[in-house]
Design a protein around this ligand. Structure first.
Ligand code: HSE
Length: 429
């Protein structure tokens, strides 16, 4: 059986998982692929560090350049973490005509355009199944399974840590800091959970999905992002009373003018919607294609084994590409879409929580501002309980363009009867 040489850059959690499972499932993988996937060389920052896997010392190096220079290596796997070094590594690998497998969502989201341009120029593929939703094969599904479909929409929970935190806030009435602490103790949150809780980890994944679905590279400035950190236990409770769960949802969809929406933020999801029952560290995606209709994907979006599963599937594809030639699927720009809808023009329903003085006429003042912007209210609750000398007032708002809603909220915030910054969340539509 022909051997395909693999160079592995990075032997952290995922790198070690890939090494371990390539050996453990070697026979199965070779039988299915028809090729032997052999790790020839591994680049790490510190070759002498003690690890959970023990590759022969002679194949471990401190210089990633050796992987690119080695003629026995046909496919490179980038699992280093960070942006600058992986970027150099990938560009050099593509220049050398070697296929690259990566799980680096931040790198692709921030520099994907240049990387894929280089890949197209060199006729070499990049595989990145592990970059989005861990073990869920969503990239292959969009790229291959739904190749004949216009993707009408993707609604997705793409960050396990924030989903775990929101689930615990819902189940145990915890506040955000306590739920974050628990996620860290359980080992779910990254050492630095900033990108998890500020929405940017999910946004990086959404950028990749949107670009793949619509055939033009969506820039980081074209996606509207908000995190879960300002959500309080009261928001969870009020949303529950109104029939919703709060989830960090990525929305990617197109309208009749072929303009593309991409946004990630805490969103009120109706309890009967399938995404409302995705709890804990799980990820889920609902993809609607014009031919296939609605489809649902669910699974672990992080962790050694799920991510390893995706990397190995990419390695198999890369090996087949190398062995048989053929068209290199990566990111294929096509120009059928090509523009993002400015967030101000995106329409949605909203949840608006205000902290107001408890006196007659307050609701009328708020309603009057909303009315003057042609924004309708669909329900109002004034839950019991005081916040200092103020009380909460919660409104669910009919669909309105975000720009109009934002302007109205600024005006509401400046009313004398409004005592704290309003909480504005989107309602899934
Ligand atoms: N930290 C991410 C999550 C996984 O919690 O889903 C890596 O993107």
């Amino acid at each position: 059986m022909e051997r395909i040489g693999i160079g592995l850059a990075g032997l952290g959690t995922v790198g070690a998982g890939v090494y371990k499972h390539l050996i453990q499932n070697r026979v199965l993988i070779s039988e299915r692929v028809g090729l032997e996937l052999a790790v020839r060389r591994i680049a790490v920052r510190n070759p002498d560090m003690v690890r959970t896997v023990h590759p022969p010392r002679e194949i471990v190096t401190g210089r990633w350049e050796e992987l690119i220079e080695d003629p026995a290596i046909n496919i490179l796997v980038e699992l280093m973490g960070g942006i600058d070094t992986p970027y150099q590594f990938m560009m050099r690998a593509l220049d050398a005509g070697k296929a690259v497998v990566t799980g680096n969502k931040a790198l692709l989201a921030e520099r994907g355009f240049e990387i894929f341009e280089k890949a197209a120029d060199k006729g070499v593929p990049i595989f990145f199944e592990a970059a989005v939703a861990g073990g869920i094969p969503i990239i292959k599904s969009i790229r291959e399974g739904f190749i004949g479909n216009h993707i009408e929409s993707i609604h997705a929970i793409l960050n396990g840590t924030s989903n775990y935190i929101l689930s615990r806030m819902t189940e145990e009435s915890m506040d955000f800091p306590e739920a974050l602490r628990e996620a860290q103790e359980q080992g779910y949150a990254e050492a630095d959970p900033t990108l998890d809780v500020n929405g940017w980890d999910a946004a990086h994944k959404a950028i990749i999905l949107a670009s793949l679905a619509y055939g033009f590279w969506v820039g980081t400035s074209q996606i509207h992002v908000a995190g879960i950190d300002p959500i309080t236990a009261s928001d969870i409770r009020f949303a529950d009373r109104l029939g919703y769960r709060i989830k960090l949802v990525a929305t990617i969809r197109t309208n009749r003018d072929s303009l593309v929406e991409a946004h990630v933020h805490p969103t009120l999801v109706p309890k009967q919607h399938v995404l409302a029952s995705v709890n804990g560290v799980f990820n889920a995606l609902m993809v609607r294609g014009d031919i296939v209709g609605d489809t649902l994907f669910y699974g672990r979006g992080a962790g050694q084994d799920p991510t390893t599963s995706s990397v190995i599937s990419d390695l198999a594809q890369a090996a087949i590409w190398y062995d048989s030639g053929g068209k290199a699927f990566g990111f294929t720009p096509h120009g059928l879409y090509g523009k993002c809808l400015p967030i101000e023009r995106v329409s949605s329903g909203y949840y608006l929580r205000l902290s107001v003085v408890d006196e007659p006429g307050v609701l009328a003042q708020v309603a009057s501002i909303l009315g003057s912007h042609q924004i309708g209210i669909s329900s109002v609750i004034q839950p019991e309980g005081h916040e200092g000398d103020a009380v909460p007032l919660v409104l669910i708002i009919h669909d309105a363009p975000f720009g109009k809603m934002w302007t109205a909220v600024q005006r509401i915030q400046s009313l004398a009867c409004v005592k704290a910054s309003p909480m504005l969340l989107w309602v899934l539509s």
